[in-house]
Design a protein around this ligand. Structure first.
Ligand code: HEM
Length: 159
């Protein structure tokens, strides 16, 4: 079923690109490591902290990177940008949960969208980002839900 939901997948992949939950991954250098095509060598014992944010907002890979645009995963070239898709890291320690995470978010989004009406109170700080391990909207996200077709709110408040 989930493989037949390209738009739900596109929405999940786009929100992970647009607002990645992990914006940097720290690595400890185990031995001197020369960065190819540069004259820089990372010394043993130093910390390297690559930013996933910059790759995921690279305009060469994702045109208009600061626009939330699921369409780029349908008719655009986003699926071809494997080197930039660092939401789940890369290399031998890439995230073991990445397939599960995307499928789980698809299920979650599908259920919330089909069962509930969403109401988002947008404030001047909604698009500002607070970094605290992961990222949050600065206004904490003023979102309320009501069951479709019912008067009673099932989860009003912040979420
Ligand atoms: C949206 C949700 C998630 C995001 C954005 C995420 C992101 C990441 C990132 C960036 C890394 C570091 C990769 C690297 O060092 O290059 C990582 C590692 C890891 N993740 Fe996730 N992750 C998510 C969900 C999950 C889930 C649901 C599981 C387990 C069910 C999981 C299990 C792991 C494990 C075991 C590692 C360490 C792999 C290793 O060191 O070899 N992750 N994740």
């Amino acid at each position: 079923m989930l493989e037949n939901m390209p738009w739900t997948r596109a929405c999940v992949k786009e929100v992970l690109r647009y607002r990645p939950p992990v914006i940097m991954v720290p690595y400890l250098v185990k031995k001197d490591f020369h960065i190819s095509e540069s004259n820089y060598t990372a010394k043993k014992g130093s910390m390297i902290i690559p930013s996933t944010w910059l790759s995921l907002h690279d305009p060469e890979a994702y045109p208009s990177p600061d626009v939330y645009d699921p369409e780029r995963w349908i008719s655009g070239t986003a699926e071809e940008q494997g080197k930039n898709w660092l939401v789940f890291g890369t290399g031998p320690h890439y995230c073991l949960g990445q397939t599960y995470a995307v499928l789980n978010l698809m299920c979650f989004l599908h259920m919330l969208a089909s069962e509930l009406e969403w109401s988002h109170t947008v404030t001047a700080r909604s698009e500002e980002i607070r970094v605290f391990a992961t990222i949050f909207p600065m206004d904490d996200l003023l979102l309320s839900f009501s069951r479709r077709g019912a008067e009673a709110a099932v989860g009003a408040g912040t979420a």
